[in-house]
Design a protein around this ligand. Sequence first.
Ligand code: CP
Ligand code: NVA
Length: 301
Amino acid sequence: MKHLLKMLDLSKEEIFDILNLADKLKTENKNKIEHHILKGKTLGMIFQKSSTRTRVSFEVGMYQLGGSALFLSSNDLQIGRGEPVQDTARVLSRYLDGIMIRTFAQKEVEDLAKYGSIPIINGLTDFAHPCQVLADLMTIREFKGKFDGLKMCFIGCGNNMANSLIVGGLKVGMKVSIACPKDYQPDGEVIEFTKEYKDKFFMTENIMEAAKDSDVLFTDVWASMGQEKEAEKRKEIFKGYQIDDKVMAIAKPKAIVQHCLPAHREEEITEKVFEEHANEIFEEAENRLHVQKAIMVKLMS
Ligand code: CP
Ligand code: NVA
């Protein structure tokens, strides 16, 4: 594994390797055991969109690994004034040991990897959010102790989270169902991928059909970053695509709830369900730190 660009690129073995290392680093972290595996290394973090979790967890993670992280806002980089990504990649490759980038187009991340000579980590694009989904898988395994035999359900927009969860969930052996409005389905490349998993993947517009007997329920905002102008229209279209008590009642009795955050209460999830499952949701947020440290160790050590 040279980069982390999207879940589609990872094998099942690579996913489990990352999760196992993340579990080990989390235990060491809890026991205050120092692990300066990336001493002297520097990660550049390019942000073309806002972030709380991704920025802080990567920066703290790099510090805990003995290295340092540079926050690079695209407003301040020449890339924001049109310097081509091909040139940015070749320049930054001479200073840094790795780049984490959050941007709009997946192609930009792929181009950084193509033209640069250091590991590239996708910190969210319109297409994918692999760091988040690896943290989600880590959390599911922590709460459920396994993947085999579990059913995971995603309710909402077929966005970056849905794209990455479908691929990650199927690769580790879960059944995956998704409920989304018909014009808001996951990316075609992801739908193509699900054809290998005919009996394990199910997509519908009906949230109850999707949620039935689920062990893990996921949702995400109705309007993602970059879709702010569509927010009002989306509120109408996505009305009802919400995790509420009725959805929880049709899922398995011990179902857990995951949300990548930030959450919009009373839109994609009710305040009540959110607070009843806050422990699972904030463990998921914490696991960003541990899983991303594992990703950096795998790619940069
Ligand atoms: N879930 C997530 O990526 O959060 P941030 O946008 O705060 O980084
Ligand atoms: N789908 C959301 C995820 C945020 C972490 C977005 O892209 O804004």
